[in-house]
Design a protein around this ligand. Sequence first.
Ligand SMILES: NC(=O)c1ccc[n+]([C@@H]2O[C@H](COP(=O)([O-])OP(=O)(O)OC[C@H]3O[C@@H](n4cnc5c(N)ncnc54)[C@H](OP(=O)(O)O)[C@@H]3O)[C@@H](O)[C@H]2O)c1
Length: 324
Amino acid sequence: MKIAIVGATGEVGRMMIRNLVEFEVPVSQLDLYASKRSAGSTLYYMDSAIQVMELTAAAWDKSYDYILFSAGSGIAKAQAPEATKACQLVIDNSSAFRKDEGIPLVVPEINGSLLKGYKGIVANPNCSTIQMVLPLAVLDKLFGLRKVVVSTYQSVSGSGHKGLATLQAQREGSDDLGDYPAVIDLNLIPQIGAWLDDGYCAEEEKMHSETCKILANEKIHVCATTVRVPVMYGHSISVYAEFEQKVVLALAEEKLSQAEAISFSANTFTTPLDLGSSNESHVSRLRHGGDDYSLAFWNVAHNIRLGAATNAVRIMLKHAGYEA
Ligand SMILES: NC(=O)c1ccc[n+]([C@@H]2O[C@H](COP(=O)([O-])OP(=O)(O)OC[C@H]3O[C@@H](n4cnc5c(N)ncnc54)[C@H](OP(=O)(O)O)[C@@H]3O)[C@@H](O)[C@H]2O)c1
């Protein structure tokens, strides 16, 4: 496969390169793009040293099978439509196209069938949404999902390089807030993204609109409170969900244990530090939510892996007819 990664030097881009190795993707050509700042630097794919190139429109004179974008919404809007002329599929990690009608928003284990015969841009969902919607899709099939109330605990790597650098600097005594609206070290911040008119912030709105789009049900109510916490890697979510039908706890446990891309723990819990290099959505502490029509659970996943790079690489592999 001939593959290009845009934003290859970022947290997500570097993980995409690791995933190509880990999933033994048959790569015949790998071109790495970033901004002018990183052009000329070297990244490694297995034993091959690859020089990072500055992204310019000339990149799309070449021909690829797949182009993975992970460089933010601005670059995606400016470059992804042109890039579709150079490949079968552009997979974009930003929020630029997620709400566009006609652009599939894909978690392969849930709605990967949308990829069949599709060409153009595919949107990779928001990190917290991917990990949460995997177990919700299983439960939705069993009992009919109606309403979800969540609080998230999102790591600083969710803000890319800069988030990690800001936490590290504050830990060493800096009072630079970086891009955050408050101090993050030894603190937490209940705002991720810009404020909206309805009192929610952008990340919360994404969890609502993207959950409905992926589960193909606009009637699901999602009330999210998204919180940045001083954790380096791994997002955690406390989930409460209500259903149309009576919940059978044992059946929920059985189906979650068997589901693809989910690791279910009946008797213990997962913390962000436990994740290591896991590509799965970890579900634990499953219990009734106070009545027979609801469930509560604890959900943890690696935001750079499952929440970004791994889902994108799985989209590519599914489209190409491979399984990750
Ligand atoms: N971090 C997460 O948990 C996560 C989860 C889901 C989705 N995402 C999305 O994934 C994307 C990347 O996130 P990240 O965390 O990897 O961010 P990051 O660590 O800040 O990396 C950003 C990447 O974009 C590149 N870039 C910036 N301006 C560019 C330009 N003008 N032309 C070409 N490349 C440019 C950077 O290259 P330089 O090295 O040259 O600056 C770098 O490779 C974002 O859209 C983000 O919203 C991130």
